[in-house]
Design a binder for this molecule. Structure first.
Ligand SMILES: [Fe+2]
Ligand SMILES: [Fe+2]
Length: 567
């Protein structure tokens, strides 16, 4: 590996995009020269191309008549400022004309200067005086006159003007054509980019694992970027990203297309590039043809970093331009880098959001567990009650064929249904014996207390009915509101059966838990009086499952799915 930083300094700012530029036509250079050629063709004789500002002769045809234009430079400058062809000086049978060529292209102001024959010449004497005036040899002038036709000066000026105007229009057309081609190219690039971003945006659900989005991104980039291979490379030390994408011992690269080198070679290469790989890079043939380039199968390479905040997670690479319109010598440029950068930005932001979301979910689950522990700590005689009620209630709810969202609500509601006991007097809660009516009334306050504790928590709104109504009775004799039958929400009617089941089956300091047969008898007898008969039926339909759920070890409790609770 002989990569050196100076080679890789060819970033998006300094990259050689000449090859990419050749994909689109540019206006032909030297339009003034083209106008000069057009004038020479129209008049069938050479003209001089004069730099009006400094008086230099810009161009003269090899065998033309080089007349003395310099002594008439002031007049030529005036003609150039007026912008239309004029006769500068005439001495029969010759006239000198100047044709301004400004506005044809950027650069010095130029004018075409030449002599035209205004009458036919029979012998050298007829042209000798005019030849002297214009600084040319009389003999050459006579010979020249014999090869050229005579012009009416006004016709000659019109011809010169229309010739230059024709070139000007063609120039404008060429520019317009170039601009249209550029605009179409940009529109096509933008359309591809927008399409790609739209597809990625639809996959931005933070609940989706990073591997799904990265795989989709690589596949979609392969459709949009003309490359033989698109590769996502994860850094080895990027926390979790490699294992998230490829498994703990998997490859560090994810690709679409023809992978051009040994596995992991690209990861090694990008790691060795170092700081320069934190920017977008383009390496085309000017770099990859160097003897120091160690990857002969990589002709072109475009690379952009994937950053989570300031942390480098990996790279997106496009390798070997696949050619366009039959041109096999295309190279990567700004269009490809833009696409890669757009996608890498989204991957980085998604990774960041996923990370934040996971931390928020952990915090939520830990908070719920902490509250559950607080309830258990408050009433140690009922240790594990909340978790068991949650599990039993979920068994019943599954038997009633409720959907996943309701199951989650019931589980979380089961965990927190007695949260109001935090506000109940310890002496009453821990009393080892039957309660007085006053003490019983005090304990009956816990559903309302629980409701008041949780009602300000947006994510827990759905479990409030369980917290408030899990002590209501089917016949209306329950508390706190004395709701009858289906006036009590279903989730609370389910929690009520689960709650009663666990309370009766658990030991207390002053009594043993009921035997299964006795407990079943009590619940059966309470159907239609204390509890919803349908819920009781569901209870007995999954009685064995409930027994297992209630008696399972509570360590390794059912994980709380934060996705249901965090918006
Ligand atoms: Fe309760
Ligand atoms: Fe309870």
């Amino acid at each position: 590996m002989n990569l050196t930083l100076p080679e890789l300094e060819t970033s998006i700012d300094g990259a050689d995009f000449s090859a990419a530029a050749t994909l689109r036509p540019r206006p032909e250079p030297g339009l003034s020269r083209a106008a000069l050629r057009a004038l020479e063709a129209a008049f069938n004789q050479p003209f001089l191309l004069v730099d009006v500002e400094c008086g230099d002769l810009n161009y003269a045809a090899p065998h033309g008549l080089v007349c003395d234009f310099y002594s008439r430079l002031a007049v030529i400058q005036e003609v150039a400022s007026r912008g239309v062809p004029e006769v500068i000086e005439e001495e029969s049978p010759l006239s000198m004309i100047a044709v301004p060529l400004r506005q044809l292209e950027q650069g010095p102001t130029l004018a075409a200067v030449g002599l035209i024959l205004t009458t036919s010449v029979a012998n050298e004497a007829e042209i000798a005086s005019a030849a002297r005036l214009f600084g040319i040899d009389a003999r050459r002038a006579f010979e020249w006159s014999q090869r050229n036709e005579a012009w009416n000066p006004r016709v000659a000026l019109h011809l010169a003007e229309s010739t230059v105007e024709n070139i000007r229009q063609r120039t404008k057309l060429a520019h317009l054509e170039h601009e249209i081609t550029e605009a179409v190219g940009h529109a096509r690039d933008s359309c591809v980019e927008l399409g790609l971003l739209h597809r990625l945006a639809r996959g931005l659900d933070v609940s989706q694992g990073p591997d799904d989005l990265w795989r989709s991104a690589v596949a979609w980039l392969a459709e949009a970027v003309p490359a033989q291979c698109i590769v996502a490379v994860a850094r080895r030390d990027a926390e979790g990203i490699q294992s998230a994408l490829f498994g703990d011992n998997g490859p560090a690269e994810l690709y679409f297309g023809e992978y051009p080198v040994e596995p992991r070679a690209l990861c090694d290469m990008m790691e060795r590039v170092g700081a320069a790989a934190r920017r977008s890079l383009v390496m085309n043939r000017a770099h990859t043809s160097a003897p120091t380039w160690d990857f002969p199968t990589i002709r072109e390479l475009a690379s952009v970093p994937v950053l989570q905040g300031t942390r480098l997670e990996g790279w997106l690479l496009a390798i070997n331009h696949a050619g366009a319109d039959g041109d096999e010598f295309c190279e990567f440029g700004t269009a490809e880098i833009r696409l890669l950068e757009s996608v890498s930005t989204i991957l980085g932001v998604h990774r960041h959001n996923t990370h934040l979301f996971a931390r928020q979910g952990d915090l939520f689950a830990a908070s719920v567990r902490a509250l559950t522990s607080a309830i258990d700590a408050k009433d140690p005689y009922t240790h594990g009650h909340s978790e068991r009620v949650a599990r039993v209630a979920v068994c019943i709810a599954q038997e009633l064929d409720l959907d996943k969202e309701l199951l989650d609500t019931i589980y979380l509601g089961g965990l927190l249904h007695d949260i109001g006991k935090i506000g109940i007097d310890d002496n009453i809660l821990k009393k080892a014996g039957p309660l007085t009516p006053e003490e019983h009334d005090h304990i009956k306050r816990h559903p309302q207390l629980g409701y008041d504790i949780l009602r300000g928590v947006t994510q827990l709104q759905k479990i409030l009915p369980i917290v408030l109504h899990h002590h209501e009775s089917w016949d209306g004799s329950g508390y706190p509101h004395g709701l009858k039958a289906e006036a009590t929400p279903l989730v609370a009617r389910i929690a009520a059966v689960a709650d009663a089941f666990d309370a009766m089956s658990s030991d207390r300091p002053y009594r043993r838990g009921m035997a299964d047969e006795q407990l079943d008898e009590v619940i059966r007898a309470g159907a239609g009086r204390q509890w919803d008969p349908n819920v009781v039926d569901a209870f007995f339909a999954c009685r064995d499952q409930i027994r297992r759920a209630a008696h399972d070890q509570l360590i390794g409790a059912v994980p709380i799915d934060p996705l249901r609770w965090i918006d």
